[in-house]
Design a protein around this ligand. Structure first.
Ligand code: FAD
Length: 381
């Protein structure tokens, strides 16, 4: 069997893996990416992401932002169906040019891939990592017939391995992802509407004279399958009834279904190993936090490994996990609470939610706090 030495090996060339390799490169550490699929396979990803202003700053630092096509979110309208209370958060009151940016996962992946190529970071496609052994002073793994060794293995493989390593919660919800065209321009407004079936998020997109919106429509799995199969006119009527009268819809694209749930690793570091992105935690998209949290983790990890002689040292990895505990825990908790508090039609909870939304509307400091929390994570505290 052949044998190869690597600095830091990154498992997975999705958005998290490529962003990590770039961040390590910026801090002077050598990293190589191994992905099981062909390079560019991720360009077929249909997801539309909302990234925060803080994530934009990180992607600028990584040299990927300029190539990304994005639409700024100027205001977010939050409401609940069938209940009182609504609030409006505006970018100018937080002092940022935009509350967030809407972009396709494909455009993010393409921009990161170009930056990886410019930085001459090795990208091994068709390279599934197997047989990992964490033996000090190196971690070894096999790719095909070649045995590799590296100081640190960073998992960004997009999924959490075994049940035993993770906590999980099934919300009984799937997401329908599609583009809807409204009859009037969105003016940079995003909508978050809570319904008993699950949240409905509409994100502004460029195109069609500013009338296109990326929609994440959450409902139970059976309903998702039925809605995905409806013809456009029947589906549009269902969407209109579900959203209400604040916007009128003229068209909807075909729908893609994603199963949703919460899964998070009990620990994000191990002997000469670290887990990032969806390999560390897979969140419900209600608050659009998954990749935003991944970028905050990546930035911290890369900074801490910048001048390390041995990037796999256990004390260093443990310190990283401890520093990230608060932001990670509160982001998971915030997302989980939103789904559970808002996805039901309990009479008392409906009134409490209405009171909460009203309080957000009447109390600017509270509103600013929530917005800053979404933009910068625990740094907002
Ligand atoms: C409907 C929906 C909406 C979302 N909206 C938002 C949002 O608005 N904002 C936000 O921040 N986040 C959002 N997210 C989350 C975001 O999409 C994820 O955080 C992000 O895509 C995860 O990227 P990743 O690189 O961790 O994983 P992936 O993109 O899954 O990449 C993993 C890569 O690892 C490779 N791989 C797997 N196993 C191996 C192996 N053994 N060896 C080698 N390679 C391997 C795969 O081929 C793949 O290329 C949303 C998610 C969903 C489902």
């Amino acid at each position: 069997m052949n044998s190869e030495e690597n600095g830091i090996a990154v498992v997975g060339g999705g958005p998290a893996g490529m962003a990590l390799a770039l961040a390590l490169h910026r801090h002077g550490q050598q990293a190589g990416i191994f992905d099981a699929r062909a390079r560019g396979a991720g360009l077929a990803d249909q997801r539309i992401l909302a990234l925060s202003h803080g994530s934009r700053q990180t992607l600028e630092w990584l040299g990927a932002w300029e190539a990304i096509e994005s639409t700024p979110i100027r205001t977010i309208h939050i409401s609940q169906r069938g209940g009182l209370g609504r609030t409006l958060i505006r970018a100018e009151e937080i002092g940022v040019p935009a509350l967030g940016y809407v972009l396709s996962a494909a455009s993010l992946i393409a921009a990161l891939d170009q930056a990886v190529a410019r930085a001459n970071i090795p990208y091994h496609e068709h390279s599934r990592i197997e047989d990992v052994r964490a033996d000090n002073p190196q971690v070894s793994f096999r790719v095909g017939a070649t045995l590799h060794q590296s100081a640190l293995l960073a998992y960004a493989e997009g999924a959490i391995g075994t049940q035993a390593e993770a906590n999980h919660r099934d919300y009984g919800q799937h997401a329908l992802i599609f583009t809807a065209t409204a009859t009037t321009p969105h003016g940079g407004r995003a909508w978050e509407r809570f319904t008993p079936d699950g949240p409905l998020a509409l994100l502004p997109l460029a195109g069609n004279d500013g009338r296109d919106l990326a929609v994440v429509y959450t409902c139970d799995p059976e309903q998702a399958t039925q809605l995905a199969a409806l013809d456009e006119d029947t589906f549009l009527a269902r969407l209109q009834a579900h959203f209400g009268s604040r916007l009128s819809f003229a068209a909807a694209s075909p729908r893609h279904v994603f199963p949703l749930g919460l899964r998070y690793r009990k620990t994000i570091v191990g002997p000469r190993q670290v887990w990032l992105g969806n390999a560390a935690q897979t969140l419900h998209p209600v608050a659009g936090q998954g990749f935003n949290l991944a970028l905050r983790d990546i930035r911290d990890l890369a900074r801490s490994l910048g001048d390390a002689d041995d990037p796999g040292k256990s004390g260093q990895l443990a310190a990283y996990a401890a520093r990230r505990r608060m932001d990670r825990g509160s982001t998971i908790g915030f997302t989980d609470s939103l789904v559970r508090l808002f996805s039901n039609d309990h009479f008392l909870l409906q009134h409490l939610r209405g009171a909460g939304l009203l309080a957000l509307d009447l109390l600017p400091p509270l509103r600013h706090f929530v917005a800053r929390r979404m933009i910068w994570g625990a740094r907002a505290w």
